[in-house]
Write a protein that binds this ligand. Structure first.
Ligand SMILES: [Zn+2]
Ligand SMILES: [Zn+2]
Length: 129
């Protein structure tokens, strides 16, 4: 089948947030492109004879021009990380207070206080003098 085989790479700026700690992420991704664009006349001709491997997905040249947008969009979406992380071993957020653990590796809390005794903590924190 005659047409134009397009190959190439594209880079795209990526903006999002870490799925664990919600830290904003900016990155660049590289997407590889490869697609055969068929002349519309060839496509019609081939379809008359044999429509086995032709479907609506066939990319067509339009007046000798190629519309790159659908190809680019698909390639970039496929290259996107499924679960973007700010760093590979992002420890996420503290379940207790929401602090970002990557910023505070030694972050700890005292054992959670039984809500029935929480009032006592208040007393303890009051200045004594
Ligand atoms: Zn993170
Ligand atoms: Zn915490």
């Amino acid at each position: 089948m005659e047409g134009v085989l397009l190959t190439g790479t594209a880079t795209a700026a990526l903006e999002g947030e870490c799925v664990r700690c919600l830290e904003p992420i900016e990155d660049e991704i590289l997407a590889r492109l490869q697609e055969l664009y068929v002349y519309p006349e060839q496509h019609t001709k081939a379809a008359e004879h044999d429509d086995r491997d032709l479907d609506d997905e066939t990319s067509l040249l339009e007046d000798d021009l190629i519309d790159l947008e659908p190809l680019l969009r698909d390639a970039v979406v496929l290259a996107l990380p499924f679960q973007p992380l700010c760093q590979d071993d992002c420890p996420g957020l503290c379940t207790e207070c929401g602090a970002r653990l990557a910023d505070e590796p030694d972050h700890t809390h005292d054992a959670p206080i039984d809500p029935r005794w929480a009032g006592l903590e208040q007393l303890q924190q009051d200045p004594q003098d």
